[in-house]
Design a protein around this ligand. Structure first.
Ligand code: KPL
Length: 303
């Protein structure tokens, strides 16, 4: 039964995974990190800085092929790693495991639903800011909101019991009975900001401050809005000019995650951001040439 105290296993101990591991454990939950080189019985120190407060905790670690069953799995890997990472622990997932997908982008949710049909799959999005300063060392960069809901809605779904504990651990967490609009809003914003900042190697704020870049935002955003509207999210399409401007301003000093990935020589999440938008646009026979050009430019540069 999963009605008692949840023991969270975290797949993807990057900035957000580490931040949430720290918050869940501070609130009294049992937390284990699944690491590629993790060894059962060993612990890993995690330092989280929140302003002047520095907390250091030692988490149990386990490799993907550990022995214990997993009842609650939080996935915070890069989008392109989600399916392979889940596959690596699939033998350990309890038949009624609760799996929360908090990675950026869209497209992998359907794949996970298809590969784990008996399990409880949730997805969500967070605007919490966190930077990984080094492996196991995270700085909280700003408070945000975390919205979570079922990956696929069925009649009679009720908020899961674990969310009570989650909500008490993670500030500003919201149970969202229809999380798709939140996922689409994040996707739409990422489609506008991430490829442009990555290709121009600029901070988010330059999309407003540099005229040559600022001029590219409205036509790109209008293409994204057309796809949102066709997909049934007219309210996102209407609000997109305001939302993108607000995110660009609020994150003006940030380097987008796609720029950081390119600079670090990592694969980017473009297939799950603009790539997903292109797939949905094709389903609706909508031409979005500016997004396609950015997609191809990132693909030709990415490692
Ligand atoms: O989510 C982001 C990202 O970089 O992936 C934004 C909102 C663009 C902030 O940088």
């Amino acid at each position: 039964m999963n009605t008692g105290q949840a023991h969270w296993h975290i797949l993807g101990a990057g900035a957000i995974g580490s931040l949430f591991a720290d918050a869940l454990s501070t609130d009294g939950r049992e937390v284990s990190l699944i690491l590629r080189d993790g060894v059962r019985g060993e612990t890993r120190a995690q330092v989280v800085e929140r302003g002047d407060l520095v907390s250091e905790k030692h988490f149990k670690t386990t490799g993907p092929r550990g022995h214990t069953g997993i009842s609650h799995l939080l996935v915070t890997t890069k989008a392109y790693d989600v399916c392979a990472a889940i596959d690596s622990v699939i033998q350990r997932l309890n038949p009624d495991c609760h799996v929360v997908l908090l990675s950026n982008g869209m497209g992998f949710q359907e794949q996970v639903l298809a590969s784990l049909p008996s399990m409880n799959i949730y997805c969500g999005t967070t605007t919490e800011g966190a930077h990984l300063l080094a492996a196991g060392h995270v700085r909280h960069a700003g408070s945000g909101e975390t919205r979570i809901g079922f990956a696929a809605r069925t009649a009679g779904d009720t908020r899961p019991v674990w969310f009570d504990q989650w909500e008490s651990a993670i500030d500003n967490s919201v149970w969202d009975s229809d999380v798709q609009p939140a996922l689409w809003t994040k996707l739409a914003v990422n489609c506008v900001i991430n490829p442009l900042t990555a290709l121009n190697r600029c901070h988010n704020g330059e999309l407003e401050a540099r005229k040559s870049l600022a001029n590219q935002v409205p036509p790109l955003r209008d293409e994204v809005a057309a796809v949102c509207r066709a997909q049934g999210h007219a309210e996102i399409a209407e609000a997109l000019p305001r939302i993108t401007a607000a995110v660009i301003q609020a994150t003006s000093g940030n380097r987008s995650s796609m720029l950081q990935d390119m600079d670090a020589g990592r694969p980017t999440e473009i297939d799950y951001i603009t790539g997903y938008l292109l797939e949905i646009a094709d389903q609706h026979s909508i031409d979005i040439p500016l997004n396609r050009a950015l997609f191809e430019a990132i693909k030709s540069r990415a490692h």
